[in-house]
Design a protein around this ligand. Structure first.
Ligand SMILES: CC(C)(COP(=O)(O)OP(=O)(O)OC[C@H]1O[C@@H](n2cnc3c(N)ncnc32)[C@H](O)[C@@H]1OP(=O)(O)O)[C@@H](O)C(=O)NCCC(=O)NCCS
Length: 153
């Protein structure tokens, strides 16, 4: 099997990232970003986008933003066919590594309270530090709480 290779990308990486985005998120929750939203965030200072590939195929991506000495993992997604091979864990490790490189101290994220990704985040060293009631609204109008998780860099 090919190794997981991760690199930071700019606008040149939008097509493979959007390919992963459009296949990864459950449409029922409306959590996928549009290309316009992604491009807009990438113009913000302190933002970086990491793309993971397995062989020639885009496998996953992570979008981070550093403000002062703390960062937020804004998006993390892995293509369905590339899951349970360590891609997301490798992307989180890369986010923490780049955060340390930029003298950051903590990585935060928000995740829907019933997203199985919480197991991944706990395994990666994140701990729950808060809960935001009704933070997400699904396509069906149902609201879901967000958990705020945090990990030292
Ligand atoms: C959540 C997601 C990013 C995981 O990606 P992945 O590459 O399959 O994760 P990894 O292979 O790195 O998983 C590492 C460990 O995390 C845990 N884990 C990962 N996905 C899990 C799941 N769906 N349920 C329970 N535990 C999970 C497991 O302990 C796993 O180790 P194991 O495979 O040896 O059991 C992927 O399922 C995804 O893109 N989901 C849709 C988008 C999303 O919800 N993103 C997160 C919120 S923004």
């Amino acid at each position: 099997m090919s190794a997981i290779v991760i690199e930071e990308v700019g606008i040149d990486g939008i097509d493979p990232v959007m390919a992963v985005m459009n296949g990864a998120f459950d449409p029922g929750y409306g959590e996928a970003w549009t290309e316009a939203q992604l491009l807009s965030m990438m113009t913000m200072p302190g933002t970086w986008l990491s793309l993971a590939r397995i062989g020639d195929s885009p496998a996953g991506f992570a979008l981070n933003r550093l403000i002062a000495d703390e960062a937020e993992l804004l998006l993390l997604a892995v293509a369905p066919e590339s899951r349970r091979q360590g891609v997301a864990m490798a992307l989180i490790e890369r986010s923490l590594q780049l955060l340390r490189f930029r003298n950051g101290t903590r990585l935060h994220l928000e995740v829907r309270h019933n997203n199985p990704a919480i197991e991944l985040y706990k395994k990666a060293g994140f701990i729950p530090i808060g809960r935001r009631p009704g933070y997400y609204r699904g396509k069906d109008g149902q609201v879901h709480d967000a958990l705020t998780l945090s990990c030292p860099a």
